[in-house]
Design a binder for this molecule. Sequence first.
Ligand SMILES: *Cc1c(COP(=O)(O)O)cnc(C)c1O
Length: 367
Amino acid sequence: MKVPLVDLRAAFEPIRDQVMRGFDASLEQMQLFLGPNVTAFEREFASFCECRHGIGVSSGTDALVCALKACGVGAGDEVIVPSLTFFATIEAVIHVGATPVFVDVEPERLSLNVDEISAALSPATAAIVPVHLYGFPADMDPILEIAGDLDLRVIEDAAQAHGARYKGRRCGSIGDVACFSFYFTKNLGAVGEGGFVATSKPEIAEHARLLRDHGHTSKYEHALVGYNFRLDELQAVVLRAKLERLEDGNLRRNAIAQIYRSRLDLPEITHLAPHDDFESAYHLYPIRVRERDALRAHLERAGIGSGIHYPVPAQRQPALQAHTHRAGDMPVAEAACKELLSIPIYPELSEEQLAAVIDAVTSFFEP
Ligand SMILES: *Cc1c(COP(=O)(O)O)cnc(C)c1O
């Protein structure tokens, strides 16, 4: 049985008719420039995130650039980032002219190690960007405490965490501002590119909204130098349809995670540790195994897709050789990168597919 790592077609089938009707209506009106669906989606997703304001943008990466700029982060500033993340987190910091300062992750859930933040601070530190990696919330309270003491901005990278909760609060509503991605494979995915800036701070929202569309205050007036970071109307049609199913989808992801934890409870496998107060959105399900590459090859022969998130810590990417950054030793991230293997987790995964994944993984260790 074939089990892909993600199944975009299966996610689209149930909303096909709704989306096609929405496309028809939009194209009939040709209201494609920040039209009614973008406006409605901004309201709906901000409300889902328990935030007052939401700005639809062109990607998660652009959301990060927009949020950093809207927080006033720029040249001369340092920004604390985790060593284990998708590279876009780091790119955004560099794009606004700031310097990324890397902090290792903690071993339980591989999010920013809050105990190591203080050693990374300097008088130039302006912001902290915790990443809710794989859908697990980062430990936000100690981060907010450090930020509060030093007047730093907290920008949540929630690109993998649509719907996750930290101590009852939605990821995306905890820091000053949060960034989401609607890349195809994310828990809430467009059929093109898209992203979102969520905040309850009116001044950040207003600044981000201006940045998103060339600083336009009226047709011929530009209040600031911005970007073309607009979310398009057709993506908003898809996102509205998928948002209605997000909560159910996340419940199913949680159920699958629980099954993996109990059925793949083998001495050779380390699972990331669930935490009662940290409700994961289970965007990914990475397990840790010593023989990662051999297991991956074994799964491939059995028709099971898998992925590596991520094979190297961000600070060791060749691109960073040309950019100023600060990083000490990152033993936890280094070790994790050699062992991580993501196995399929998505709402449409059937019972048969789930059983096939479990059989294939188990047969590697117990042939
Ligand atoms: C996907 C992702 C991004 C970037 O989002 P795009 O929409 O692909 O630009 C940023 N940070 C993290 C952690 C991501 O997973």
